[in-house]
Design a protein around this ligand. Structure first.
Ligand code: ASP
Length: 353
């Protein structure tokens, strides 16, 4: 035992390790959980943060980090809760389909300690694309698999081919199709109260361990009713999420096309590298988004007509989030997983023309 570790600390950390071993039921783990160093030797304040739909993800990822799990295993297990939840129609199983009524999922992840990345795009039939992205990261010399190839790859590792379209999602899609064009052959159907279409949604989760190791993941069913084959920002390394273990991690939700053009995940991490705090880095990235926004996407007052959010953590475990308009995000920083307000650029959504 190292002489800087007191006996009490050693016993305490070993107890955590034993708890972790019992909780090590992680499919395809990056590594098995191992005891944390004593808190006097922590390099960072551990944290897990997520988009507003990720309260459970933040809780799960934080708990796993504190059980000594690998940082990527922690964030993937966190977002899987949302992927498997049929009531979240923006992610995984139950996600709203594309224009042809088919659910196509996108996900990507980065693992700070090994500097690896993995992603899948337009993946059909697999409930947890974040896990498939982790397998691409862990077991291949590639980074990004799409469509049929991504599905075949997942099936080879034992994932099940399942129908991802829930009754709710099918109904919402049928309404969308019926009311799309008054001149088509589908008769218009009045919008029922409970069929509110949420065109965007996604989950991003980022975590920092007490050792200062960082990972990030973003997973989504993408824009509802997108053109089949459309891939958004979520599976693009450097847009939907990005991690540099020396600096921090950042991720995004909202209008993917606007994020892709600024490589928002990467840019946010670069702003942190130059010394900005996570929240300020997110705000700077949003300013760049506005600068690069086409006129057709701006309201009469010059503000964007879409929503976009960035979430960031740095190597010390500081964290923050910002959006174009007031929003929320989830974070667990050692006290509890709770929703917090994002910083934002504009008070109110754009005035329409
Ligand atoms: N960013 C996702 C996409 O563009 C959608 C979202 O976050 O709502 O696919």
């Amino acid at each position: 035992m190292s002489d800087v570790v007191s006996r009490r600390e050693f016993v305490a950390s070993t107890a955590v390790g034993i708890a972790a071993a019992a909780a090590s039921d992680i499919p395809y783990p990056m590594r098995p959980p191992r005891p944390l160093p004593p808190s006097s030797r922590w390099a960072a304040k551990p944290v897990a943060l997520s988009s507003a739909n990720g309260l459970r993800a933040a809780q799960k990822a934080f708990d796993m980090v504190m059980q000594g799990a690998d940082t990527l295993d922690a964030v993937i297990e966190g977002v899987k809760i949302q992927e498997l939840d049929p009531n979240d129609d923006s992610v995984g199983y139950g996600g709203l389909p594309n224009a042809a009524g088919v659910v196509q999922l996108d996900a990507s992840c980065m693992h700070g300690p090994t500097k690896r990345a993995g992603a899948v795009g337009a993946l059909e039939g697999i409930k947890t694309p974040s896990e498939v992205a982790k397998l691409v990261l862990k077991y291949t010399n590639h980074i990004f698999l799409v469509g049929e190839g991504a599905k075949r790859f997942a099936l080879q590792y034992g994932f099940k081919d399942e129908d991802l379209l829930t009754e709710h999602a099918r109904e919402v899609w049928l309404h969308w199709r019926a009311n799309l064009n008054p001149d088509d052959d589908f008769l218009d159907v009045p919008e029922a109260e409970h069929m509110v279409v949420r065109p965007t949604g996604t989950i991003n989760c980022d975590a920092v361990t007490p050792q200062g190791d960082i990972s990030s993941v973003t997973t989504t069913s993408g824009l509802a009713f997108k053109i089949p084959g459309r891939v958004g920002d979520s599976p693009i390394i450097g847009a939907g999420q990005y991690t540099d273990n020396d600096v921090g991690a950042a991720g995004s939700t909202g209008r993917g096309e606007s994020n892709i053009k600024v490589c928002g995940g990467f840019l946010t991490v670069e702003f942190m590298r130059r010394g900005l705090k996570p929240t300020d880095a997110c705000l700077e990235t949003l300013k760049r988004v506005v600068q690069l926004t086409e006129k057709r996407l701006l309201g009469a007052d010059g503000k964007p007509k879409f929503s976009l959010d960035f979430y960031a953590v740095n190597k010390r475990g500081e964290f923050g989030a910002a959006s174009l308009y007031p929003g929320r995000y989830a974070a667990h920083d050692g006290t509890e997983a709770k929703l917090r307000d994002t910083a934002y650029l504009y008070e109110r959504p754009a005035a329409s023309r």
